[in-house]
Design a binder for this molecule. Structure first.
Ligand code: GLU
Length: 448
């Protein structure tokens, strides 16, 4: 493990002690602290004002019971979370995740990452995350609706367009945001569009929000390629996942001239040497909520692999777009062996610390999610802007704004990495640039 700067060791130990058993949260904190050594050396005021210690402690953590009735009339019980981590830069902002693996440690890791990601976008948004251990898989529309209504019946009192603005994440898409907004509106008797993002286009949503995380990741990689006078043209790309982020990453890679030769779901992966057929994938995933095995059954020339790792498929560029810690040390070694040159995170923290070390040692360019997947939340901030001005922009205008934002995040990462003695290191660049923006706002706001 890379050594932590001495002043930061005690901060990390305090985080571990105060948040026992929350491995993902510890991992996310450690990864940021490892970048901050040169920053605290240059700016002792951050340590004097306990900025880093305060950043690691959420401003507010809400945990609540979510009872709901299933189609058989049985009462079901889940746990809901919202961790409002930091509001120095703007109202709390970050998605909701519905997945059986959700517990406080996952929500905290996601909320912590969100602070720096949101800061990097340059937009006025604080950091938060929420969700539930509810498993939407196999649930009917009616069950999902009743769950969302019960979830919002507690959460609404903590939300508001100037307070806390949730959106989607794994298991929460346009359908769920609709049910959540409907219940918020009913309870508060207010059509407060800016309270949630990821809304439908006909009732306050923004063009490009659905596509934004995947598109943004590819825009970011385009900038990485451009920095070495290359392009997507003819590149083989592997994208893990087949949800919202993966689908629109695949779409944009194809538009830019690359070829996505594999994608996956939680059961297995499909290899498709001709390039993933996106219409078929969208129809299966969005239309039928089907599996990758259904894709392979309908796609001549492709094959399905039920066990093993998608990172064994040779590629030039790897985009992990599924979930946390899905790409480990052994996977990173496979990628290095097959000649992969770029790894960019479409998901949040999909690459383990060991894998990041393997990639760094082999000089594979690595873009962390805070930078590479910030396009989703950035477009949420554009949705908030449109809601505040009761306006709606065209697809072209919104996509151009997203591309600009990704370009400036890329630029900010490289300039900051240079300034802090790690040229070309996107991890240092993203962590330090995000940190400084939040830290300076916290200094200005006093001890709150
Ligand atoms: N869940 C997304 C993320 O990880 C989007 C959050 C949002 O739009 O608020 O950044």
């Amino acid at each position: 493990m890379p050594v932590l700067d001495e002043t930061l060791i005690s901060v990390f130990e305090e985080v571990v002690r105060r948040n026992p058993g929350e491995a993902e949260f510890h991992q996310a904190v450690r990864e940021v602290l490892e970048s901050l050594g040169p920053v605290v050396a240059k700016h002792p005021e951050y340590a004097d004002e306990a900025i880093i210690r305060r950043l690691c402690e959420p401003e507010r953590q809400i945990i609540f019971r979510v009872p709901w009735t299933d189609d058989a009339g049985q009462v079901q019980l889940n746990r809901g979370f919202r961790v409002e981590f930091n509001s120095a830069l703007g109202p709390y902002k970050g998605g909701l995740r519905f997945h059986p693996s959700v517990y406080l440690g996952i929500v905290k890791f996601l909320g912590f990452e969100q602070i720096f990601k949101n800061a990097l976008t340059g937009m006025p948004i604080g950091g938060a995350k929420g969700g539930s251990d509810f498993d939407p898989k196999g649930r009917s529309n009616g069950e999902v609706m009743r769950f969302c209504q019960s979830f919002m019946t507690e959460l609404y009192r903590h939300l508001g367009e100037y307070t806390d603005v949730p959106a989607g994440d794994i298991g929460v898409g346009g359908r769920e945001i609709g049910y959540l907004f409907g219940q918020y509106k009913r309870i508060t008797n207010r059509y407060e569009s800016g309270v949630l993002t990821g809304k439908g286009l006909s009732w306050g949503g923004s063009q490009v929000r659905t596509e934004a995380t995947g598109y943004g990741t590819v825009f970011f990689v385009d900038e990485m390629l451009r920095a070495t006078a290359e392009s997507f043209d003819g590149k083989r790309v592997v994208v893990s996942g087949s949800g919202n982020v993966a689908i629109y990453a695949i779409e944009k890679v194809h538009q830019r001239g690359g070829r996505v030769v594999a994608c996956s779901d939680s059961d297995g992966y499909a290899v498709d040497p001709e390039g993933i057929d996106l219409d078929l994938l969208k129809e299966i995933k969005n239309g039928r909520r089907g599996r990758m095995s259904d894709y392979v059954a309908q796609r001549p020339g492709s094959r399905y692999v039920a066990d093993g790792s998608i990172w064994e498929v040779p590629c030039d560029i790897a985009l992990p777009c599924a979930t946390q810690n899905e790409l480990n040390g052994a996977d990173a070694r496979s990628l290095v062996r097959s000649g992969c040159r770029i790894v960019a995170e479409g998901a949040n923290m999909p690459t383990t610390p060991e894998a990041i070390r393997v990639l760094r040692d082999a000089e594979v360019s690595f873009a962390p999610g805070k930078a590479a997947n910030a396009g989703g939340v950035a477009t949420s901030a554009l949705e908030m802007q449109q809601n505040a001005s009761r306006d709606s922009w065209t697809f072209e205008h919104t996509e151009a704004r997203l591309a600009d934002i990704m370009r400036s995040i890329h630029e900010r990462c490289l300039t900051t990495a240079d300034a802090y003695g790690s040229p070309g290191d996107y991890v240092v660049g993203a962590n330090v640039a995000g940190f400084i923006r939040v830290a300076d706002a916290m200094l200005a706001l006093g001890h709150v």
